[in-house]
Design a protein around this ligand. Structure first.
Ligand code: PAF
Length: 283
């Protein structure tokens, strides 16, 4: 498996692959790979001759220094895991901060038509400028035909679609279903930092989302939101940051339900120091 740490190395690999007209799939990650990432990579391998996986903990998308410092970095383990999927068809790009940002580790500013101000954008200052900056830069370096993103970060997925549309980037964005542990907990690199008691408590999040979906059939978004808030008030371990029922396209909170629109419920919860997000389609 070729592991490149510089964009020049990636450019050489890409040049060679393009001679054979190989189509390139791309799965950007921040490492600490788990089965959820592998499912994206397997899908990308089904649809392309080769797949690039980037492993880079992007500093400009963290609003919380402690979270950035504690984010798991497990490159050797990640590479071993990738080899179990394919040794010859996967190329890894694990750059340094300098390789990506030079000596100017700063995010560019983006206008995603308001998508960036909702939910994660409200609670994580500058987060989507950081995501837009790194994803655009990675697309320019890897030049993929298609890039694969998980729906757990649904807002991120919609924002990347907007990035591609606005900047006319020649890449197809593929959204992939949330991969869950058997308990229902959405897979996330942060799960491995959950202390045992929180790991045990965390499946409550998806249980509540499923119950909220049932209730949304007959109740208003406000009533469902009040119900969810109450359930978390009764929970000793999990602290609700937000629960929002929003329009799938605009990501704006629903005021009045319309039959012709599609809605998702989005949730962010603290399990001790670890922040978990999840979502569910409601109709
Ligand atoms: O979803 C992630 O892991 C990150 O936000 C991404 C897309 C790799 C950008 O750093």
């Amino acid at each position: 498996m070729q592991v490149a740490s510089s964009k020049e190395h990636i450019a050489n690999i890409v040049l060679d692959l393009r001679k054979n007209h190989d189509s390139i799939g791309f799965v950007p990650t921040m490492g600490a790979l788990h089965e959820g990432h592998l499912s994206l990579i397997r899908k990308a391998l089904q649809e392309n001759e080769v797949v690039f996986v980037s492993i880079f903990v992007n500093p400009t998308q963290f609003d919380n220094k402690k979270d950035l410092k504690n984010y798991p970095r497990t490159l050797d383990r990640d590479i071993k895991l990738l080899k179990t999927v394919s040794d010859s068809k996967i190329f890894v790009y694990a750059p340094t901060v300098e390789d990506i940002y030079g000596n100017h580790t700063k995010a560019a500013r983006f206008d995603f038509d308001g998508l960036e101000h909702e939910m994660e954008g409200e609670f994580r200052d500058g987060h989507f400028d950081g995501v837009g900056t790194i994803v655009k830069r990675l697309f320019e370096i890897v030049t993929p035909d298609a890039a694969y993103f998980g729906e757990k970060d649904f807002q991120q997925l919609q924002i990347i679609r907007k990035l591609v549309e606005k900047h006319k980037l020649p890449v197809t964005i593929v959204g992939c279903k949330i991969h869950r542990e058997t308990t229902g907990l959405a897979m996330s690199s942060r799960n491995e930092r959950l202390l045992p008691e929180y790991k045990k408590a965390a499946p409550f999040i998806f249980k509540i989302l499923k119950d909220a979906k049932k209730k949304f059939g007959t109740k208003s978004a406000t009533k469902v939101t009040e119900w969810v808030t109450k359930q978390f008030e009764k929970n000793q371990l999990l602290e609700l940051e937000y629960f929002i029922i929003a329009d799938i396209d605009t990501l704006k909170p629903v005021k009045r339900k319309s039959q012709s629109k599609k809605y998702l419920a989005f949730i962010a919860v603290y399990a001790g120091e670890i922040r978990l997000i999840d979502n569910i389609a409601l109709n």
